[in-house]
Design a binder for this molecule. Sequence first.
Ligand code: NAG
Ligand code: NAG
Ligand code: NAG
Length: 333
Amino acid sequence: MKTHHFVGEIKIKQSWWSKMKYLLFVSLFVLTLSGPAVEPKDSDLVAPQEMIDEINRVQDLWIASSEWVGNMTFAQAKLYASSKLEAKKFPEKDWGALLDYLSIPASFDSRTQWPYCTKPLWYGDDCNAGWAFAAAETMTDRFCIATKGAFNITFSPLYLIICDVTLPELGCLGGTAENCWDYMRTTGITSIKCFPYNPGDWNQYCPYDECRWGTEITLYKTLSVNTFTSPSSIQAEILQNGPIEATMTVYADFQAYKGGIYKHTTGGLVGYTSVKIIGWGNQSGTNYWIAGTSWGSTWGMKGYFNIAFGQCGIDRAGVAGPPDLSNIPTIKI
Ligand SMILES: *[C@@H]1O[C@H](CO)[C@@H](O)[C@H](O)[C@H]1NC(C)=O
Ligand SMILES: *[C@@H]1O[C@H](CO)[C@@H](O)[C@H](O)[C@H]1NC(C)=O
Ligand SMILES: *[C@@H]1O[C@H](CO)[C@@H](O)[C@H](O)[C@H]1NC(C)=O
């Protein structure tokens, strides 16, 4: 009786241990799949050389380089990814049946479609207001495209940075693309002539009803704000009305992007950034977007990058609207 009891206890112990072994194995497996359990520290390098080498070894869709990212820490990298994703306030553009019969080309680039409306990207320098730079650029392109080049004025990102200050807009510290478009719908945006942008010059007050030098301000608006949350809707919009603004997730490896078609390969979440999508292409079976940042001429391809469809939510949070041309009666379209 006692012996039996003893044997029984061993059996129980054995089966307990084998269950534990199984559990340990499963949890180790899950841990391995879900990556390192430790959050990156702010002082960690965002893209150390070993990581860059690994990216270039394990895939050949895109190239990583230390040229721009250098010894940037996670804390510094987060400043570049300061956009906020907001719950969708504005309606998805309703294309009706149009999307069914619109023929979407395999590739499209606003720069070759509308060369006379192509302007350089803004470089933010020490101001990381991607939400405002991409918005001002997109509005600039859209007014020019809608007027076939007749209205060719560059809009001022600085005006948005210092005047659109309703939270969560925080100037160079971050903001929300959708709110910015709402500001351009209700208040508007003015020209770069009225409100010049010089790097380091962003810490000033908003004059609201006059230009920087006291002259009369003219504000230009978007008629409405639409959101675009699928590749075909974004393609249709760009084909018909020009570039859109989009907000995407930034992972550590994106900061080391130099060229090619970006696909998130390794590295933790850094934040979000807002960019301008200007077209798309198809290479070796991969559909990709062509987009521009305000991270400077040494990041990516002079500030531009290609990114595979569906990556980092880039085609799920697009925003833009039609230009209100009623303010420019002297221009014949
Ligand atoms: C990064 O840091 C290392 C070690 O401190 C230094 O040798 C290297 O020059 C730095 N690289 C850049 C791009 O600043
Ligand atoms: C618009 O301005 C840009 C320079 O900002 C110039 O390159 C382009 O040719 C102009 N387009 C038209 C139609 O005047
Ligand atoms: C992209 O290219 C691949 C083959 O190269 C093709 O299967 C695919 O349909 C293309 N996509 C588009 C939208 O043209």
